[in-house]
Design a protein around this ligand. Structure first.
Ligand SMILES: Cc1cc2nc3c(=O)[nH]c(=O)nc-3n(C[C@H](O)[C@H](O)[C@H](O)COP(=O)(O)OP(=O)(O)OC[C@H]3O[C@@H](n4cnc5c(N)ncnc54)[C@H](O)[C@@H]3O)c2cc1C
Length: 476
């Protein structure tokens, strides 16, 4: 039995961040981690996938040269990408580097699956560790495996298999048209795989605005991908090798799609399995660790990251880590709020969004104005010649502020930085209308759309647009 200041159960994305913060302040910290210090984001999710998507975008840009700037022949090479993933971001998924990083700052890293064993106590391997201040649960999330007959027998791929793939299949069916299915589906298509996305909901990216879903579907189809929405899967099976060895996916209407591989990307759920929550009076059947605005889950107990089920994103996990650190250290900080959470789907076009969708705002009883400005009919969009993209605002008439926004197009996620600040800082739309926007920029389309500048020109470039007039009514 040993005593320390804080135990972190799961030294993944936010667990490592918290550990290094607390160690930097001189606390005695034990991290319990069975696998890779740094977690999912660094090794299997955000970082490798965005390196890969950048490569896919390079291919797509290269293919756009013809007819616009000269001629180019583009040849994709997945094996080059695979070796970059190994060498440049994941260090061959070798755990020792993360452990060294943690221990070089004075922490102790215990390798193994831990579980709570009453207040402020964790058991790992055969050791029982007690913490003076408490335990922070950061055990992340688990991939959801849908209960589809036959799935267990087809040797399907999960997202780790795409990230770690040395070779790309000639064809692949992607089950799930959410963020990850769309990102990885487009990536593989750009490297030459024949991709079919099958989504049960009636549109791709069903968590985003319908206008964004339409744009992504159109972009995918223009790149030769097949998109099947409103298509529930009823069974899967693999044909024998002598036939063609393909995985056959049968849909509710009896039709079939097939591919050399099947990728299951239908989402994740908080990992509350076997972590001893019941020993501290928490009912894990709720599916996530319930936390308050300081991420407290009990006396001397905090939880953060995916396991809280708030929004399963790295920046939310790291935001929570900062709050937990401040709470533990007694520092002045702001409690958690989730009304301005930015989200980015790193497809091309990129989808950035923040806050509520129009439907969510209306469902919450808000009286909102919703406005859509198409990028091709903005100055920068027209010059860029992308042929797609939009900005959508959802503004609350009563408060006079934005409650949600979406940007589809080049740098959609970057544009969201501006709009996230507007929502987070509760900046009135009238204030956004009275500032200066750089011309001709993508973020400047915000100013163009809300009537901050160029109203006269607007009638030339986009005569049907009435958004600024609607937004003028907000907060009046
Ligand atoms: C393909 C993909 C791409 C993504 N891209 C993005 C992106 O671009 N941007 C973004 O914001 N988010 C992205 N995400 C989401 C992001 O990866 C997660 O939200 C984030 O990693 C969660 O961090 P975490 O610390 O909560 O969990 P994790 O990083 O998963 O860490 C949890 C840790 O707990 C450990 N653990 C589990 N059980 C135990 C136990 N009993 N005892 C001790 N340790 C345990 C695990 O080994 C793990 O290391 C992506 C996800 C996927 C799948």
């Amino acid at each position: 039995m040993s005593e320390v200041d804080v135990i972190i159960l799961g030294v993944g994305t936010c667990g490592e961040d918290l550990g290094l913060r607390l160690l930097g302040e001189g606390l005695k910290v034990v991290g319990v981690e069975p696998y890779l210090v740094g977690g999912e984001c660094a090794f299997w999710a955000c970082l490798p996938s965005k390196l890969m998507i950048r490569a896919g975008n390079l291919l797509a840009e290269g293919r756009r040269i013809n007819g616009k700037a000269g001629t180019a022949e583009v040849n994709a090479d997945w094996s080059l990408l695979a070796s970059r993933v190994r060498g440049e971001v994941t260090w061959d998924w070798e755990p020792k580097w993360g452990i060294q990083r943690f221990e070089s700052r004075g922490g102790r890293l215990v390798q193994g699956y831990g579980r709570l064993d009453g207040p402020k106590t964790v058991v790992v391997n055969d050791e029982r560790i007690t913490a003076r201040l408490g335990v922070v649960v950061a055990t992340g999330s688990k991939f959801i495996v849908p209960p589809i007959p036959g799935l267990d027998e087809v040797d399907y791929w999960g997202t780790h298999d795409v990230i770690g793939a040395e070779t790309l299949p000639a064809s692949i069916v992607v089950l799930g048209g959410g963020v990850v299915g769309c990102e990885l589906g487009q990536l593989m298509a750009r490297f030459g795989a024949q991709v079919t996305i099958v989504e049960a909901a009636d549109r791709l990216l069903s968590g985003e605005e319908p206008e964004a879903s339409e744009q992504i579907k159109a972009a995918f189809e223009a790149e030769g991908m097949t998109v099947m929405t409103g298509s529930a899967v009823v069974k899967v099976a693999r044909r024998v090798a002598e036939q063609d060895g393909q995985v056959v996916v049968t849909l509710a209407d009896g039709s079939e799609v097939s591919g050399e591989k099947l990728l299951v990307a239908v989402g994740k759920r908080p990992n509350v399995d076997n972590i001893g929550l019941e020993t501290v009076g928490i009912d894990s059947s709720a599916g996530a660790v319930p936390v308050d605005e300081w991420l407290r889950a009990g006396d001397g107990l905090w939880a953060m990251g995916d396991v809280t089920g708030k929004t399963l994103l790295t920046h939310v996990a790291e935001y929570q880590s900062a709050i937990v650190a401040a709470d533990i250290l007694g520092q002045d900080w702001q409690p958690a709020r989730y009304d301005a959470v930015p989200r980015v789907t790193f497809t091309d076009p990129e989808v950035g969004s923040v806050g509520m969708s129009e439907a969510e705002a209306r469902a919450a009883g808000l009286d909102v104005v919703a406005v859509v400005k198409n990028l091709p009919s903005s100055f920068r969009g027209w010059l860029h010649g992308s042929g797609n993209g939009l900005i959508k605002f959802v503004a609350d008439k009563e408060s006079g502020r934005l409650v949600g926004a979406t940007a589809v197009g080049p740098g959609g996620g970057e544009i969201m930085g501006f709009l996230s600040l507007a929502i987070h800082a509760k900046i009135p739309v009238s204030e956004l209308q009275s500032m200066i926007y750089a011309f001709p920029t993508f973020y400047g389309v915000i100013g163009e759309a809300i009537g901050a500048w160029g109203r006269g020109l607007e009638t030339v470039i986009d005569p049907d647009y009435k958004g600024f007039e609607l937004l003028d009514e907000v907060g009046k």
